[in-house]
Design a protein around this ligand. Structure first.
Ligand SMILES: C[S@@+](CC[C@H](N)C(=O)[O-])C[C@H]1O[C@@H](n2cnc3c(N)ncnc32)[C@H](O)[C@@H]1O
Length: 329
């Protein structure tokens, strides 16, 4: 498990010097590309089959400051155009990971992965996992249970795909456990490198007290994307995020010696992304380290007492009367 100081040390692999250029347009010879504009314009400059991993969290069509709320079918058509381009640029052994939550209309939810699945499968993409990303912070709903997970749907282009399980193994529950009888008696009964992390990931989302928080309303935590980058790509590969926001996917890519490209349409977020990427290259970007245990209030000596009265909660502004919940709103 790495400490915060160690995260700084892994930054500078051979591919990235401190003064590495951040290009404004795509060329396979670049290492970092931050395109200020519409992702479809970036994608059309990317050659067929050149990207090992597309990873993104698109707008959810819930009226955030950077999106105009569309009819659901119009939203799906718009997403389908981007997804088709992502499939075109994807390498034969590459992966697409689309991280989504719910579309919410008058208190009714539509899980976006369910309505986007036909788009991916219609392009011949093969689903490998529907990862549940569980987190603890978000809005408190009054008329349904508060949303505390979103999903990452992972598709591959073919049956031959990069998957480095050893790079992302997590500690065993009982690490020293051995077979006590039979032909393997005395040998470890579990993989000494750790266990498969499974498809339910407990990773804190980026809310106000998170070390990575910027003014963007819905950033990825870097550690979420690090796990995907390590498992689904090799050093030197391209990782592309069509909706890159604050640059998290690029940061996770370059931290592990991969190339990173992304598009962002809002100029303010482009500037935040540029600054964070520069800090990553300098070794000054503070992030929550991969694998750090989740904070447990009771174990940390906090009070287990809870209240059912709204006024007792520390963040009343997060209450919503009309039920639009989740990471995004
Ligand atoms: C859910 S956020 C992604 C945040 C990102 N994962 C991060 O860690 O910061 C979606 C982002 O897509 C951007 N966006 C929306 N439409 C876009 C488009 N057509 N092309 C490029 N970016 C777009 C929004 O401004 C927003 O920052």
């Amino acid at each position: 498990m790495r400490g915060e100081s160690e995260t700084v040390e892994v930054r500078h692999r051979t591919l990235f010097a401190r003064d590495c250029a951040i290009a404004g347009s795509f060329a396979p010879s670049e290492r970092i590309v931050l395109y200020a504009g519409d992702c479809l314009d970036l994608l059309k400059t990317v050659p067929d089959g050149s990207i090992r991993l597309v990873v993104t969290s698109p707008p959810y069509n819930i009226g955030k400051e950077y999106e105009k709320k569309l009819r659901l079918d119009t939203y799906v058509e718009q997403q389908a155009r981007v997804i088709a381009e992502c499939e075109r640029v994807l390498a034969g052994d590459g992966s697409i990971c689309w991280q989504v939550g719910n579309y919410v209309e008058k208190g009714c939810i539509v899980p976006l992965d369910t309505i986007l699945y036909p788009v991916f499968s219609g392009l011949g993409l093969r689903m490998r996992n529907r990862i549940v990303w569980h987190f603890e912070h978000g809005l408190h709903c009054n008329r349904r249970f508060s949303g505390r997970y979103e999903t990452i749907v992972w598709f591959t282009k073919s049956d031959e795909y990069v998957f480095n399980l050893d790079a992302v193994r997590v500690p065993q529950k009982y690490p020293g456990k051995k077979h006590f009888k039979g032909p393997n008696a005395g040998q470890y009964s579990c993989n000494p490198l750790g266990k498969n992390p499974g498809d339910v990931w407990d990773i804190p989302n980026v809310k106000s007290n998170h070390v990575e928080k910027t003014e963007h309303p819905c950033q990825f935590p870097v550690e979420l994307i690090e796990r995907l980058v390590l498992a689904l790509t090799k050093e030197g590969d391209w990782v592309l995020d069509p909706f890159v926001g604050t640059g998290t996917s690029i940061i996770a890519a370059i931290r592990h010696g991969r190339r990173g490209a992304g598009a962002e349409i809002v100029p303010r977020y482009v500037e935040i992304a540029r600054k964070r990427i520069r800090m990553e290259l300098d070794g000054t970007l503070r992030t929550r380290p991969m694998g750090r245990p989740i904070y447990e209030p009771a174990a940390a000596g906090g009070s287990p007492v809870h209240s059912q009265r709204k006024s007792d909660f520390a963040q009343p502004a997060l209450f919503e009367e009309d039920a639009e919940c989740g990471k995004k709103g």
